[in-house]
Design a protein around this ligand. Structure first.
Ligand SMILES: [Zn+2]
Length: 84
């Protein structure tokens, strides 16, 4: 299960951890895994999301509208004994 589409998209506001270029980071999915890549210096990093986090919130970048629903789900289904 991947979060991003296979089409590379620029991540607004992201800063490259290697060359510190702003707005040069693209995110995309390949083979069910998510990657971020800097188009400036070629930095590539695989992104890891916790399995239970995907169930709670699959819309990482566009979930500003429905935060009220999300809070209820978190309280009800949060597994005891594990922090995230
Ligand atoms: Zn870079």
């Amino acid at each position: 299960m991947s979060t991003y589409s296979t089409t590379k998209r620029f991540l607004a506001g992201a800063i490259c951890p290697r060359c510190e270029a702003a707005d040069a980071i693209v995110v995309y999915s390949r083979d069910e895994r998510d990657f971020r890549e800097c188009v400036d210096c070629g930095f590539i990093d695989e992104m890891h999301f916790a399995p239970q986090a995907q169930e709670l919130d699959t819309r990482v970048s566009e979930s500003a509208e429905d935060t009220s629903d999300e809070q209820v789900v978190k309280i009800l289904s949060f597994p005891s004994g594990s922090s995230r």
